[in-house]
Design a protein around this ligand. Structure first.
Ligand code: SF4
Ligand code: SF4
Length: 69
């Protein structure tokens, strides 16, 4: 099953990915990254690995990987 992973250091908290995720699998945290932005996290149980977040994020925060079943 494929899943999306976040690189928190790259996020700028624009929330585009939250708006586009079809499974509401992305949420904003209250943690600040080194640049001073809050960052998102993926709720793994909800993620279907569709890759939309990877496509819409302007800051290359996401990696979507295939995992062995
Ligand atoms: S891969 Fe799809 S389901 Fe998973 S977090 Fe990204 S947009 Fe949401
Ligand atoms: S689209 Fe990218 S930069 Fe914007 S909140 Fe989502 S992960 Fe962060």
């Amino acid at each position: 099953m494929s899943k999306a992973y976040v690189d928190p250091a790259r996020c700028k908290a624009c929330e585009l990915c939250i708006a586009f995720c079809p499974k509401q699998a992305i949420e904003m945290t209250n943690h600040l990254n080194a640049a001073g932005y809050k960052h998102v996290q993926v709720i793994e149980e909800k993620c279907i690995g569709c890759g939309i977040c990877y496509t819409v994020c302007p800051d290359m925060v996401f990696t979507v990987t295939e995992q062995a079943r």
